[in-house]
Design a protein around this ligand. Structure first.
Ligand code: 5GP
Length: 181
């Protein structure tokens, strides 16, 4: 695709890592009441692949929050737009997220979910940008660490586009400077 300057994580690398994570999660949560909690919209591609690599019984649910909007800079404002469908009391919640950047979003979500008395809350993220971390949240499962660049694909967007890419890549600078959405 012309808009992509470079591929950071290929389709094959993602598939392989998602399989490994699914196996690890299946071992770690064996015999437990597991709820995969996807953060919309960015976590969707990861969730649908990951859940099919998790071989133990589990449920899925979704939470939607406000994030960057049309910009590539964090506003620092987190608001729940759509909450989980069901209570999580006594359940093992595994948050499925696209990327942990500053950590602000997940920090807010974790403290919010903890007030509902789940048995545990842990994080599974496809990507992590450690160089950008502001809040030191424990991330239990990480697919790949990526450098401090704005990435798109495999669920991640720029102005709502590029979520459908099968890989994770970096956009050409010209895309930001020309027309949007
Ligand atoms: P944090 O609160 O950790 O700074 O940001 C988390 C959210 O910001 C992610 O779920 C994602 O929506 C967005 N985000 C952070 N870095 C990137 C990036 O490189 N590309 C895209 N598309 N979104 C990002």
């Amino acid at each position: 695709m012309d808009a992509i300057a470079k591929v950071l994580v290929s389709e094959q690398e993602i598939a392989q890592r998602v399989r490994e994570l699914g196996q690890q999660i299946s071992r770690d949560y064996e015999g437990q009441d597991l709820l995969l909690t996807c953060i919309l919209k960015g976590g969707v591609a990861f969730l649908v692949d990951l859940m099919r690599e998790v071989t133990i019984p589990h449920e899925i649910d979704f939470i939607a929050i406000s994030s960057y909007g049309q910009s590539t800079e964090s506003s620092g404002v987190v608001r729940i737009l759509k909450d989980l469908d069901r209570p999580i009391e006594g359940r093992h919640v595994l948050i499925v997220e696209d990327i942990v950047d500053t950590g602000r979003t997940l920090s807010y979500i974790i403290s919010n979910l903890r007030t509902r008395n789940p048995a545990s809350v842990r994080i599974c993220t496809l990507l992590s940008k450690p160089a950008r971390r502001e809040i030191d949240i424990p991330v239990d499962y990480i697919g790949f660490e990526v450098p401090n660049e704005f990435v798109v694909g495999y669920g991640l967007d720029y102005a709502e586009r590029y979520r459908n890419l099968r890989f994770v890549g970096v956009l050409h600078e010209s895309v930001y400077k020309t027309k949007r959405g």
